[in-house]
Design a protein around this ligand. Structure first.
Ligand SMILES: [Zn+2]
Length: 377
């Protein structure tokens, strides 16, 4: 904890005007901010600055008041807390902290896209849909978590963090958490595990099955409404009657009541194309890391100026609108690189060319300053 003492003054001297302004704004936010850090005294905290998201770690806070005091006085640009609970959160090396248990977390990020650092609405929408899929297709049906025990949090940047704090998962070790992530990513899931032949018949999963078999059967049944999909399986599926016949036999687990040519190859292709798992969507390393430092719910993200807000419902959640916090005042900025047309906190602005000056509502200006895409004019 001694690492941070005395650093504040030095930092303030070295800081550029943008960093000073951002820290001043962050400090005032933390005076009254609502943040979520259950069992605060058992967590390790990490603070980040202009250059690094975690500059200082092994920080302990005995109470919410103590943490708030530090956030107000030091105004870190990033605040992370450990998913783990420790007996001695500030001890080092790690082993001396005495790990007690840890929340189970999932990290979802928007896909890489041409929008780059100015994450577009389309990318935000994609990652929102993936977060819903993770909950509704995996965590609830396959793992039996209730929706109420899954806390969804905007990451402050490009995605979502899901935190599960239930007793049932607290003591899981790395390997068990890795196994959970691997299952969700679909590691080792293959067509052959779900289909088998008996005589001339091909048997497989039914839509009411759990796990990947059921996921495939349900997705397949849904696609039977799509003519192009049907024709890629068999020309016979042009006929409504044959389609109904296949659908009702799949309900019984019989996958070929109509004589599909090269049926195994075709079904295996569909199985693989449907990408039922979430590989590339969740970061399995985050889930498996039992001492991970992750953005503290309710804290500010120094790369966007947004709050990592708890998301009560993913329905209709728009980060650029609902996570913006600096809603008062305006600021004149000079743009350091081309900025596309954007909408922050319901205000549309841009595009702005490099070198252009503009007076913007504070939330928009803070967004550009935090992105290092503008300077104070
Ligand atoms: Zn995009």
């Amino acid at each position: 904890m001694g690492t941070v003492e005395g650093e504040g003054a030095k930092r303030a001297e070295d800081a550029c005007p943008e960093e000073r302004l951002i820290r001043k704004m962050f400090s005032s936010y933390y005076r009254s901010a609502h943040f979520e850090a259950p069992q605060i005294e058992k967590r390790e905290f990490g603070f980040g600055g202009w250059e690094k998201k975690i500059e200082f770690r092994h920080i302990k806070a005995k109470s919410e008041a103590e943490l708030r005091g530090r956030l107000v006085s030091e105004a870190p640009l990033y605040v992370s807390y450990s998913v783990a609970y420790y007996e001695f959160p500030d001890a080092r090396p790690m082993v001396r902290k005495n790990w007690l248990s840890a929340d189970l977390v999932f990290d979802l990020d928007a896909p890489q896209h041409t929008c780059g650092k100015f994450t577009c609405a389309e990318c935000f929408e994609k990652v929102r849909q993936e977060a819903i899929r993770l909950i509704e297709d995996f965590l609830v049906p396959d793992f039996g978590f209730s929706r109420g025990e899954i806390s969804v949090n905007f990451s402050g940047s490009r995605g979502y963090h899901l935190h599960i704090r239930s007793q049932s998962i607290q003591r899981l070790d790395r390997e068990a958490r890795r196994e959970i992530a691997d299952y969700i990513c679909g590691v080792g899931v293959s067509f052959e595990r779900f289909f088998w032949t008996e005589g001339k018949k091909l048997f497989g999963p039914t839509p009411s099955d759990g796990g990947y078999g059921g996921k495939f059967a349900r997705a397949f049944m849904e696609r039977l409404g799509d003519d192009e999909f049907c024709l890629s399986i068999s020309r016979r599926l042009k006929s409504r009657e044959e389609k109904d016949r296949l659908a009702s036999s799949i309900m019984q687990g019989n996958w070929d009541s109509i004589g599909i040519a090269a049926r195994e190859r075709k079904l295996r292709e569909k199985f693989e194309q449907m990408r039922l798992g979430m590989a590339g969507k969740i970061d399995a390393n985050v889930t498996a890391d039992i001492s991970k430092l992750i953005r503290m719910p309710g804290s500010l993200h120094g790369g966007s100026g947004f709050a990592a807000v708890p998301v009560r419902s993913l329905e209709g959640f728009e980060p650029m609108r609902h996570a913006a916090v600096f809603l008062d005042g305006e600021l004149r900025v000079k743009v350091a690189e081309r900025v596309p047309a954007l909408e922050v906190a319901g205000v549309r602005f841009g595009p702005l060319e490099q070198g252009e000056c503009a007076t913007l509502p504070m939330a928009c200006a803070m967004y550009l300053l935090c992105k290092k895409a503008a300077v104070v004019a």
